[in-house]
Design a protein around this ligand. Structure first.
Ligand SMILES: Nc1nc2c(ncn2[C@@H]2O[C@H](COP(=O)(O)OP(=O)(O)OP(=O)(O)O)[C@@H](O)[C@H]2O)c(=O)[nH]1
Ligand SMILES: [Mg+2]
Length: 236
C-alpha cells in the first residue's frame, strides 16, 4: 500500500551504533512505506552520524538531530522526548539502534495503535544474553518499579522498562508537558517515567511480546549512571 505508514514516526536514539544503525534504517524504510524516521544522536564519536546523514540524503523521510550541537542535557530519555516533540504524526514508535529490537514487530504495534490502543509495549519475553548479575539486578529493579506503580495506583504493563514501545503522540506530549519534572533525562526508562504519570485504568494498553536479541555489534551503554538514574525515577 502506498504510504501505508504515513501516520507513524519511528524514533531511533543513537550513541555509537555505527555497525547497526544503517541496517536498522534500511529495514524500517523497506518494510514501512511512508513512515517518518527520526534519529536522535547524543554526540556519537564513531561513524554513526555519517552513516545516518548519508542515508538521510537518499531518503527524505529520515530526519537526523545531533543533540550534542545544542548543549542540551544528554541522555536516552531526554533524546526520546526530543524526538517525539519534533514528530508530527498521530503515532510514534521508539526502537533501539542496536538490532536488539526486531523491526518486524512494528507491523503489529502499529496495527494495535490503529485499532484503539493508547500505548503498545513490546515486552521482552526472553532475554538471550544477559549475565547472571544483570538478570538479578534487572529483576530486583522490576519488583521495585512494579511496587512503586502499585502503591501510587498508576498504570502498569507486561514490561515496565521496555525501550521498544508505541504511543499516540498527543497522549505522550500532553502527559509529558504536565509532568516533565518526573522524567529523568539521563535515564533509560522513559516508559516507566510515563507510566508513573498515568492513573491506573486510564489507558488501553497493548502487549506485543518479542525475544530480546543478543547485541551483535557495538557495546552496551547501560551502566551505573543509568542504574542511579532509575533510582531517581523511582523517587520522582
Ligand atoms: N541519543 C542517545 N541514545 C542513547 C544514549 N544511550 C544509549 N542510547 C541508545 O539507546 C539505545 C539503547 O541503549 P543500549 O546501550 O543498547 O541499552 P540496553 O539495550 O538497555 O542495553 P544492552 O542490552 O546491554 O544493549 C541504543 O540505540 C543506544 O545507541 C544516550 O545517552 N543518548
Ligand atoms: Mg541495547
Amino acid at each position: 500500500m502506498a504510504n501505508g505508514y504515513a501516520d507513524l514516526t519511528v524514533i531511533i536514539p543513537t550513541l555509537n551504533e555505527e555497525k547497526s544503525v544503517g541496517q536498522v534504517l534500511r529495514r524500517i524504510s523497506r518494510e514501512y512505506n511512508g513512515c517518518e524516521i527520526v534519529v536522535v544522536d547524543d554526540g556519537s564519536d564513531d561513524l554513526t552520524k555519517q552513516v545516518v546523514k548519508g542515508f538521510a540524503k537518499q531518503e527524505r523521510r529520515v530526519r537526523f538531530f545531533d543533540r550534542s550541537a545544542t548543549g542540551m542535557e544528554r541522555g536516552l530519555t531526554a533524546s526520546i522526548v526530543y524526538g517525539i516533540m519534533r514528530s508530527t504524526t498521530k503515532y510514534v514508535i521508539v526502537i533501539d539502534a542496536d538490532l536488539q529490537h526486531p523491526t518486524e514487530k512494528i507491523h503489529e504495534m502499529a496495527s494495535r495503535l490503529r485499532s484503539g490502543c493508547d500505548l503498545v509495549v513490546a515486552s521482552r519475553a526472553r532475554v538471550t544474553d544477559w549475565a547472571a548479575y544483570r538478570r538479578i539486578i534487572s529483576r530486583a529493579f522490576m519488583y521495585v518499579g512494579r511496587a512503586v506503580l502499585f502503591v501510587e495506583a498508576k498504570e502498569t504493563c507486561a514490561d515496565i522498562f521496555s525501550g521498544f514501545f508505541g504511543i499516540r503522540r498527543e497522549l505522550f506530549v500532553s502527559t509529558y508537558k504536565k509532568n516533565s519534572s518526573r522524567f529523568v533525562g539521563e535515564g533509560y526508562k522513559i516508559l516507566f517515567d510515563f507510566l508513573k504519570c498515568v492513573d491506573r485504568g486510564a489507558l488501553r494498553i497493548g502487549n506485543v511480546p518479542f525475544v530480546f536479541r543478543t547485541r551483535e555489534f557495538g557495546s552496551s551503554k547501560a551502566g551505573v549512571t543509568q542504574g542511579l538514574a532509575l533510582l531517581r525515577s523511582f523517587a520522582s
